[in-house]
Design a protein around this ligand. Sequence first.
Ligand code: FAD
Length: 385
Amino acid sequence: MVKVRLSYNCPESQLNLGGIVLMKGQDFQDVPELPEIKQAIEQGYLEALKEEKKEVKKEIKEGDEVLVFAEQRNNKIARVALELLGKASELAQKLNVKTAAILLTDKDSSLSNELIAHGADKVYLVESPLLKNYQTDLYTKVIFEHIKKTKPQVVLYGATHIGRDLAPRIAQRVNTGLTADCTGLDITEDGLLLQTRPAFGGNLMAQIQCHERRPQMSTARPGVFNIIRTEKKGEVVKVKPEITEKDQKTRILEIIKETKKKVNLEEADVIVSAGRGIGNKENFKLIEELASLLRAEIGASRGVIDAGWVPKDHQVGQTGKTVRPKLYIAIGISGAIQHKVGMQNSECIIAINKDASAPIFGVADYGIVDDLFKVLPEIINELKK
Ligand code: FAD
């Protein structure tokens, strides 16, 4: 079907095409694409008009908040939750609504104040001994009930193991969409959440909007957004959790900490990161020695991961981790765009590369153009003194 109008090129004031009578000065919708119609369009007697976009019916009752899930472990707020509060404040300002956080815990101590100091206008505090540690069923129930009551416009979660487990369950219950692992969040001119995330293995950045369902929900990568500090006088609202032990389908019997040292690049203050320039797995001893002297975490380019010299959880970049340490030392890394997007927000970047034209120097605060096998032993010796 097409929408058409009799063109001014048409000498007649009306045309009969395959039994359809078209008159000058009128638009005709849903006209079948008959051969006569197509021919008249080709001859310029008919203009094919673009279908106007149908208005999306908005029967959405929206609340007045951007809500952040304030993930805590052992009564310590996850850094990503603070990062999200900074971004949520910016989004809330654009939407002219409040920033809120929901905190599930067994005891609040000073966590609510910490959330307010990082941007929350309101903290929904849900306290129960059952909420001490994350448990899928209980946390899902509490947050689902809360969303039903308060109807926030946007809900944000950190893309941590907990956030990735929780957010899809809530999305399913409230019957809305979820964009996972966002690296960018903004508000469009129409007031919709614009969610950006890498797609197709990082080959393109997809921008996703949720038009018809509420709330709009995303998980966001740790390390991407800035932490802010505010002087806000926020409000703490206690929420009574409607949960009992019967809601628990699983029980935590014991928490066993991983003995293997976890790579914690997102929260590291110093990262010593190596690229293919390090040559082979053996030479990584130099990187390990420097990292241990600086009490740093070890990062790596994808080139190094693909070569199998260190495991994937060390990878920095578009398809690895996004980091923003106080100090990032890039050793033998060329600085491909996919690497830079993951580390360029570090406070201070030092690059060591024998090629003066390596793109890494474009984002570095200090650069050493030399052979890393000459430079690293000298730095290590100095640090040992
Ligand atoms: P190279 O580009 O080979 O650079 C090695 C550098 O070492 C060179 O600049 C060289 O001058 C220097 N060098 C060599 N020997 C010495 C020496 N003796 N002394 C000093 N310097 C020396 N990459 C990432 O890092 N992270 C990602 O998340 C990521 N995601 C990607 C996603 C997609 C979809 C694609 C297509 C690619 C992705 N990449 C990613 C790969 C990226 O494009 C680069 O291929 C990769 O970062 C290169 O790694 P590199 O810098 O270690 O190696």
